[in-house]
Design a protein. Structure first.
Length: 408
């Protein structure tokens, strides 16, 4: 993967290139970015940049100072005085780049959460390498849920096991085959339990020209012993212009639809793609029915609505909650900044204005917090009927503290 194929993140790309060109890379890097920011594509593009033969003139052992970690290496005959290549992206054409394009480079290893295929198995990431290559080709901005469903996990919990850690130690103890470097890209180290301590010595004192690249979404779930040994590379949320442009060029979405979707996605390209898949869903009618059941129509209407929404499936339920959260956030902005400074379709702007009539700022904040909790529990297979029943009761009590004069 080339840097140019990674959406946006111009400053991060330039920072990574400068780190390589100036030989200032730590032996262990942590690419930290929320879902949909592109941390995994960035890490893969970075690994390709390091092993690209044109960038590094056929490997660190033949180039000037390109050990990447600050150590001096002697220049080859006739090369004295030449600095490292000033290329700002991998070439995409050399044998190393062609292998990286297929995720088949022998010196770049991947580790990620996996499940046993059958009871008693001790699964390794390499057991799922074919599925991994297909997943990255189709869903480079996918999250761990997407990956685990892709390999048929259903309700099983993925893990990076002690058995996997032993395999990593074995792989990185071998000499590099082609590039002069050995690189491990570990995606979602949050799935690494205490068995990850097996890797501490290897991370702290790795063999020469060995690089760990951890790719994570939640820093607080990573073992502190590993976290303290990494150099942090923050991957910020994408801006809405980059998402909008990517939807037009990559997903072939119309400009108006792409712009509206990018605003709702709030920096998450995966979310934007999910929203486009459900673009025909009438979330506003579903939300209006729910609020009317809470505020006006009573328990029978609420039970009917809960039965309806519980049949939608987990992804659609998350999208619906995301839509409601977005409207509440826009309602707050509408109240604070005025209608001329909030860019929304007229239909959604009118609905956001109605939300301001039935709930004040504090109530809207409380509802957003409950919706965030509900989304979290949906991801963890909560019973949808119980979840939405509890959520309906909570919203009723939040809204009941204000006299409602207008029904949505």
């Amino acid at each position: 993967m080339l840097f140019k194929n990674v959406i946006g993140q111009t400053d991060v790309k330039l920072h990574l290139v400068n780190m390589v060109q100036q030989n200032r890379i730590s032996h262990a890097l942590l690419f930290l970015g929320k879902e949909g920011s592109g941390a995994l594509p960035m890490a893969i593009a970075f690994a390709q940049y390091i092993v690209c033969e044109k960038v590094n003139r056929k490997g660190a052992t033949e180039s000037v100072g390109l050990s990447l970690f600050g150590e001096e290496t002697p220049p080859p005959p006739g090369e004295a005085g030449r600095g490292p290549s000033a290329m700002f992206d991998s070439c995409g054409e050399c044998p190393s780049c062609l292998k990286m394009h297929q995720l088949m480079h022998p010196d770049v290893h991947f580790s990620y959460p996996v499940i046993p295929r059958k009871s008693g198995d001790k699964p390794l990431s390499s057991d799922y390498i074919s599925e991994w290559r297909e997943f990255i080709a189709k869903y480079p901005y996918g999250n761990s849920y997407d990956w685990l469903q892709f390999i048929g996990a259903e309700n099983k919990q993925g893990n990076i096991t002690a058995y996997e850690c032993n395999d990593i130690i074995r792989k990185l103890s071998l000499k590099s085959f082609e590039s002069g470097f050995k690189i491990l890209v570990m995606w979602m180290p949050e799935y690494l339990g205490n068995e990850g301590n097996k890797l501490l010595k290897l991370i702290e004192e790795p063999p020469p020209n060995t690089l760990f690249v951890l790719v994570a979404e939640n820093e607080s779930l990573i073992l502190q012993t590993i976290l303290s040994r990494t150099q942090l590379i923050k991957i910020p949320a994408l801006n809405y212009q980059d998402i909008s442009e990517a939807l037009v060029t990559k997903a072939k979405v119309g400009e108006d639809s792409a712009r509206q979707t990018a605003l709702i996605a709030e920096g998450n390209y995966r979310e934007a793609l999910q929203l486009m898949q459900h673009a025909d869903e009438d979330w506003q009618s579903l939300l209006r029915e729910w609020l009317n059941a809470i505020l006006k129509n009573g328990p029978i209407a609420q039970v009917k609505w809960i039965d309806e929404v519980s049949k939608l499936g987990r992804e659609k339920q998350k999208q619906f909650i995301r839509y409601f959260t977005h409207l509440l956030e826009q309602a707050i902005r509408l109240h604070a900044m005025g209608p001329n400074n909030v860019h929304l379709p007229d239909k959604d702007k009118d609905f956001a204005g109605r939300l301001n009539k039935i709930a004040n700022f504090m109530q809207q904040q409380a509802i957003i917090e409950e919706l965030d909790k509900a989304s979290y529990y949906i991801e963890r297979n909560a019973n949808p009927k119980m979840l939405f029943h509890a959520l309906t009761i909570k919203l009723y009590h939040i809204l009941a503290s204000k006299e409602v004069t207008t029904v949505i």
